[in-house]
Ligand binder design. Sequence first.
Ligand SMILES: Cc1cc2nc3c(=O)[nH]c(=O)nc-3n(C[C@H](O)[C@H](O)[C@H](O)COP(=O)(O)OP(=O)(O)OC[C@H]3O[C@@H](n4cnc5c(N)ncnc54)[C@H](O)[C@@H]3O)c2cc1C
Length: 317
Amino acid sequence: MKITDHIKKANGETLFSFEIVPPVKGKSIQELYNNIDPLMEFKPPFIDVTTSREEYVYKEKDGLLDKKLTRTRPGTLGICASLKHKYDVDTVPHVLCGGFTKEETEYLLVDCQYLEIENVMALRGDARKEEKYFTPTKGGHQYATELVKQIQDINEGNYLHDTIESNELSSFCIGVAGYPEKHMEAPSLQSDLKRLKQKVDLGADYVVTQMFFDNQKFFDFVKAARDMGINVPIIPGIKPIAVKRHLQLLPQVFRVDLPQDLIDAVEACENNKEVRQVGVEWAIQQSKELREAGVPVLHYYSMGKSDNIKAIAKELF
Ligand SMILES: Cc1cc2nc3c(=O)[nH]c(=O)nc-3n(C[C@H](O)[C@H](O)[C@H](O)COP(=O)(O)OP(=O)(O)OC[C@H]3O[C@@H](n4cnc5c(N)ncnc54)[C@H](O)[C@@H]3O)c2cc1C
């Protein structure tokens, strides 16, 4: 079922969902299941599965270092299929511009059709680790707008090199990213919102936001988006702080601000167990206020261990 239909069916009730990251290549999927199992009692209608960019690794060969491009966490679509089968839940693969040619994207979407995966999150993707800025892959897309267009074209039967006349066309429900504190490369929030509007005009059905820690930033973002004519559901993404290092890491990687009260509470902690608890309590307060404001879904970034997401969900769902 489409995410937008789940939202309609919920009839104003706020839904619970979360995002997971594929395991490192070679590791069993069991650990993922062990972390997802405790969350299923909160009945998420969908689970997102991220896609990671390929990266360079260096292997010693004949006394020299051999540089190889590899993906350390492959398997997004396989995980989506396996979770769908195991839990009877909709899964949302993240589809990236970076690292994929348009043809590879087309084949991935064809696989999604066969697997009855109806939702996809269309993203540009991060720059590769050794790059300062995102560089488009040869034969791939530069911006998420182009990817949204490709998916929408397929929904209309227009593949890259063929037009298919059929009564069984796909109708992917397309999610895109939004940034309450603006995307790091955007010259202003207003210009970033214009790009978001383009994604919606090209066929995106809903928006999931980058993490934020001050709800007012989300409320302002939603208002600005509505004023600009973006009328699709906007789903807040919530990340509970889990370790002290997040105070530096999250602003650096995601360009988000942390409220002083949260910083003070984390700094006062003696160990990361206490930090995890502070993160849970902050996320519960954020979630309660967002739910009261009528958000369609509370979407959590789980990043591995799920005990904190469970503690939050228990208070809300
Ligand atoms: C909910 C969510 C899930 C994510 N999941 C993943 C994941 O699984 N894997 C991963 O690698 N990354 C993921 N990301 C991170 C995302 O890939 C990065 O933030 C990336 O830098 C931007 O992606 P985007 O889709 O927002 O890009 P875009 O919408 O293409 O925007 C990128 C930048 O370009 C600007 N822009 C857009 N169109 C144009 C144009 N035509 N001309 C000039 N400027 C333009 C925008 O304002 C913005 O600054 C996720 C982010 C979010 C919020």
